[in-house]
Write a protein that binds this ligand. Structure first.
Ligand code: MG
Length: 284
């Protein structure tokens, strides 16, 4: 089978710097359009940095390479975050950042597979990514393709019944090539996820559904990297779940402090302020 292809292996750019670049690109897109799901993008940036610059095999110049690990954005409204990492990875050209959300752009505000290289599925309606991931992982196994399927979902999607049907199927099928990562920021459209419909105790639930399960701080890059490594290397036949606890708007404290962060309101003059705050913490 095809050799592995980790584009960033051997790079001297740190994962912290990659995460910073992802945050900055997402903020710039938000500034272009005057809006966006920026709280989620800032919160999940560390997870995306590790996924694309440590954990995944892919070829930037050939986004449909058959041997690639598939990254599924179940949460289509997080597209601004995925575009930022696709640009950082060289799958999308940087100058397209300025077209975010505009007519004829390849970067619509909600992720659509037919528009964007590297966007594997059209995510949202919510709760469907994991079911698609199960089908993809089954297909790869039948083709004896060793690639992984990585499904990124939100804590809000834990309230969808389809998520748990898919979780049950994945372990029944022995999908050891499937990694489900959950961005647990304790926010969804209607309020804190633990109050809207609590899914705790979460690790115990995934374990009971037959998954090899980890829960770590999703804004601690070393912990995120170790969790991805353990998920890939786990010798058992189980599918793998990683619950990443993240902070909405991470990296921009005056936005982190906002009470309502699901669709955070950023005034026209605040984009430059947010960028300036981020720039103060630029890693080497
Ligand atoms: Mg959430």
């Amino acid at each position: 089978m095809t050799a592995t292809m980790r584009p960033a292996q051997g790079s001297n750019i740190s994962l912290a710097r990659r995460a910073w670049e992802i945050r900055r690109k997402a903020l710039r897109m938000g500034q272009v359009q005057g809006q966006g799901y920026i709280g989620q993008a800032l919160g999940v940036a560390d997870v995306l940095a590790v996924a694309y610059f440590h954990a995944m095999d892919y070829r930037p110049e050939d986004p449909e390479w058959e041997g690639r690990d598939r990254f599924l954005l179940s949460i289509g409204h997080y597209a601004i975050a995925l575009y930022a990492v696709l640009i950082e990875a060289g799958i999308l050209p940087e100058d397209e950042l300025e077209t975010y959300g505009m007519d004829d752009s390849r970067m619509p505000m909600s992720g659509m597979a037919s528009y964007t290289p590297g966007m594997e599925i059209t995510g949202g309606s919510l709760g469907h990514g994991l079911g698609i991931a199960v089908g993809m992982a089954m297909g790869l196994k039948r083709k004896k393709n060793p690639a992984f399927v990585i499904n990124l979902m939100s804590d809000g999607e834990l309230g969808e019944g389809s998520t748990w049907e898919a979780a049950m199927s994945a372990s029944a099928q022995g999908l050891d090539n499937l990694i489900c990562i959950i961005d647990f920021n304790d926010q969804q459209a209607d309020g804190p996820s633990t109050q809207v419909l609590s899914s705790e105790p979460l690790p115990e639930k995934w374990q009971a559904f037959g998954w090899f399960t980890q829960r770590v701080d999703g804004n601690d890059i070393d912990a995120v990297r170790a969790a991805f490594d353990a998920a890939r290397a786990h010798p058992g036949p189980q599918p793998r779940a990683i619950i990443f606890d993240t902070v909405m708007c991470r990296g921009v404290p005056f936005l982190e402090a906002r009470e309502i962060t699901h669709f955070v309101r950023v005034e026209a003059d605040e984009w430059d302020k947010a960028l300036a705050v981020l720039d103060e913490g630029k890693p080497l």
